[in-house]
Design a protein around this ligand. Structure first.
Ligand code: ZN
Length: 317
C-alpha cells in the first residue's frame, strides 16, 4: 500500500523585506525562485516559493514578506531550523561563500554518521543549516550563481523543538506515516521515507523559552501526499485525532489542509501536484506575478500595493 504521506512538501516562513529575501535565497544560496505570487489569504503580501529546477516537493522553502514585521523568537513549540542538503566535498566552498557575504556561521559539527552540519541564519534570523553529505541523489538547481557541484539539492531535514516529544511523535507515527529512524541525545529523527528531504527532527527541549511568532520564524511545515484522495484519507485521520483540520483549500499549485500539532506547530498536508508549471512555462518559472483567478480583477491595485522586486543574481557569482 502506498503511504498517504510521502515526506516533506515545503516549509513556509515570515520575513520583513521582500527584496532582501529574494537576494538572499536566489543570490547567496542559489535557489530558484519558482513562483512569485501573493498570500492567498492576504493578497497585499507576496508569497515567494524557492526550490530546485522544477520546485519539487522536498526542495521548497516559501516566504510571506510582511514589510517591517517585528522579529519572533526561536524556542519550543516552533520549527526553528530548516536544513538544506549539499555535497560532502562542498564544506570549504560554502564556508568561504558565507564569509564572503558576511554571514556568520557556527563551526562545522558532525551530527549523524556521514553528515557534517553548519548552522547560520538569514537576515531575518530564520534558522538554517547546510548538511554536508553524499547520500542525496537529487539534482538541485544548477543554473543559479552556485556551481552545480556545490548547489543545494533540497531540504534535508527540519528541526522542531518541543516541551515533550511524545504527542507529536504519536501524531507523526500514527496519522502521518512516519517512523523513528534515528536518535541521538535529545534529537529524535522521524521520516515517512528514509531519504534526504524528508527528515523531521524533534528536539526534546523542555527548558527552552517558548517560541514567539514573527519575522524570521517558520509559519508552517507542509507534508506531501500523492493526490486529493490520499489527502482526504489523511484528513479523516486528523479529524479522528481531534486536531480540527481545515477543509481542503485550493492553493493553485496543490491543495492543502492545515491543523496544529499538539506541541504548537502548524502542519499542512499538500498534494504533490499539479505543481508550479500549471500557470507558466517551466523555463520561465517565477518571472511574472501570478495570481489566483479570484484576484485577477484586482491585479492593477495589487501590483501598486506590492513593493517592486527583481531577481538579479549577477552580483552573486
Ligand atoms: Zn504551505
Amino acid at each position: 500500500m502506498q503511504s498517504l504521506i510521502t515526506g516533506i512538501h515545503h516549509v513556509t516562513a515570515l520575513v520583513s523585506d521582500a527584496q532582501r529575501n529574494i537576494d538572499f535565497y536566489t543570490g547567496i544560496l542559489g535557489l530558484r525562485l519558482v513562483k512569485k505570487t501573493v498570500n492567498f489569504d492576504a493578497p497585499e503580501v507576496y508569497h515567494f516559493y524557492y526550490g530546485d529546477e522544477d520546485g519539487n516537493p522536498g526542495s521548497i522553502l516559501t516566504f510571506f514578506p510582511y514589510n517591517g514585521l517585528v522579529s519572533g523568537r526561536h524556542g519550543k513549540g516552533m520549527l526553528n531550523t530548516t536544513a538544506f542538503s549539499v555535497p560532502l566535498n562542498s564544506l570549504n566552498y560554502w564556508m568561504e561563500r558565507l564569509k564572503q557575504y558576511n554571514i556568520s556561521y557556527k563551526q562545522p559539527k558532525e551530527r549523524f554518521e556521514d553528515e557534517v552540519v553548519i548552522y547560520f541564519e538569514d537576515e531575518d534570523g530564520l534558522g538554517l543549516e547546510l548538511v554536508f553529505n553524499d547520500n542525496d541523489k537529487r539534482a538541485g538547481f544548477s543554473r543559479g550563481p552556485v556551481p552545480p557541484g556545490h548547489s543545494i539539492k533540497g531540504i534535508n531535514n527540519v528541526e522542531i523543538w518541543e516541551e515533550g516529544y511524545e504527542r507529536t511523535a504519536g501524531l507523526l507515527t500514527e496519522q502521518l506515516d512516519h517512523r523513528l529512524i534515528a536518535e541521538k541525545g535529545n534529537r529524535f529523527r522521524f521520516a515517512a521515507n528514509d531519504h534526504p528531504g524528508n527528515y523531521v527532527d524533534i528536539i526534546c527541549s523542555p527548558d527552552s523559552l517558548k517560541g514567539l511568532p514573527g519575522s524570521g520564524m517558520v509559519h508552517h511545515l507542509a507534508f506531501s501526499t500523492p493526490d486529493e484522495a490520499s489527502q482526504n484519507e489523511v484528513r479523516l485521520k486528523i479529524v479522528k485525532r481531534m486536531l480540527n483540520p481545515t477543509p481542503v483549500l485550493d492553493r493553485n499549485y496543490f491543495t492543502s489542509i492545515y491543523f496544529r500539532e499538539p506541541g504548537g506547530v502548524l502542519f499542512e498536508v499538500a498534494t504533490a501536484g499539479p505543481g508550479f508549471a500549471i500557470d507558466e512555462a517551466k523555463e520561465h518559472l517565477g518571472e511574472a506575478l501570478k495570481l489566483p483567478e479570484r484576484y485577477e480583477e484586482e491585479r492593477a491595485q495589487l501590483e501598486m500595493k506590492l513593493p517592486p522586486v527583481i531577481v538579479n543574481t549577477n552580483h552573486y557569482t
